[in-house]
Ligand binder design. Structure first.
Ligand SMILES: [Zn+2]
Length: 250
């Protein structure tokens, strides 16, 4: 049977701001994340096979129970920042019963300054999130056609950003596919060093997982990222997110 799902497109943008005096500190800055643009998604891939398995928000009683859980477990997380951005809905990849999400990272690029070491840094960033033991795992694929997540390179963005994540969710608030674009050069022309690329990838993968920005500047999901590693709050927030059913909370 031929089927199609209507999704909602989310776009998250990130900017790297280089430190002054040539200092290596990099502060990725993400500009915005918006929902509402509809995109038509053809059915048939592995991700969409789980469309029907996506849990839903349930009735009012279920939603109240989830809200109570969040209230009791939100300490040390920035889940409230995310819910305010998502209009109080839990949005993430659906449960996949152990089937990993396949990720293709563009292995080479004609972009000036590109190095395969960037690929290695992006892989490390995926491993950092994967090490948290979430129900969602990643598996790298050499086949871009069958991969569910794509990471690709451009020279630079016209906008003052250095990374962009686009994902689509279905009407049950389950993410169905996602793509990340990373820039080799900052908008002003400077080339990203490897640590900067890794930091940018950590931030964008956070968006891919369903996280949004936090006011906590010590977390990688801060709009202007000052850290190079996941924070305790990053870990706690994504773990809480993946313990909750998808769907609206009110
Ligand atoms: Zn961002």
């Amino acid at each position: 049977m031929k089927r199609a799902a209507f999704g909602f497109l989310s776009l998250s943008l990130g900017t790297l701001v280089l430190g002054v005096n040539g200092f290596a500190t990099v502060r990725p800055e993400s500009a915005e994340s918006t929902n509402g643009a509809h995109t038509r998604v053809a059915g048939g891939t592995l991700a969409r096979a789980f469309f029907t398995a996506a849990s839903r928000g349930g009735d009012d009683e279920d939603r109240a129970a989830v809200r109570r859980r969040i209230r009791s477990e939100r300490a040390g997380t920035y889940i409230d920042d995310i819910l305010s951005e998502r209009d109080s809905a839990i949005c993430r990849w659906p449960d996949r019963n152990g089937v990993p999400l396949t990720v293709w990272i563009q292995p080479s690029s004609p972009v000036a300054g590109f190095t395969p070491d960037y690929v290695a840094r992006v892989r490390e960033a995926f491993h950092s999130w994967d090490a948290l033991g979430l129900p969602l795992h990643f598996a790298f694929s050499d086949d871009s056609a069958s991969a569910e997540v794509h990471v690709s390179w451009i020279d630079h963005f016209r906008e003052p950003i250095s990374g962009r994540t686009r994902w689509t969710r279905n009407d049950a608030w389950a993410i169905t596919d996602a793509d990340i674009v990373l820039a080799v050069h900052h908008n002003q022309g400077e080339q990203l060093d490897e640590d900067s690329m890794r930091a940018m990838a950590l931030h964008e993968i956070g968006h891919l997982l369903g996280l949004d920005h936090t006011h906590d500047e010590m977390s990688v999901m801060a709009p202007r990222v000052r850290v190079r590693q996941l924070s305790d709050a990053d870990r706690a927030t994504v773990r809480l997110l993946y313990s909750l059913p998808v769907g609206p909370l009110r």
